[in-house]
Write a protein of this length. Sequence first.
Length: 142
Amino acid sequence: MTLPSASSGDGASIDDILDANAEGLLYFERFLPLASRVPGVDVPRYQDVCARYDEQRGLNLGALGADADAVGTVSAVLTDQLEEQVQLRRVLQLRWHGDAGEAVRTYLSAEQEKASQFLASIEDSHQTMCAAVDVLRDAVTP
């Protein structure tokens, strides 16, 4: 399985992206006062729009991407380990017979099922983290 890399991209920080695109705020500076003259229309103040824009400063997509990549690496290692454990359980099945062998196989099967469910949650976390980086980047780029 090929895992996506969350840290890929142009490497610009959120602050760099916001700074580079701040001229877009000029639209609101020009048109909010006009929109506020329309009766019955509630428009935000320009200062409030700028404050909301600046709330996004300090987000660190690089750190979030690196964390997502680390979770992806852990997921890949766990996948390999689980596959190895399943193979070893199959070998055990061929060599250990009787009640004790059956008890161990039952126990190992249950443990491997739990591990598989845990691995699925790790993989889901990785996918979510990767998507979060993309969504955050898209939210601050034009």
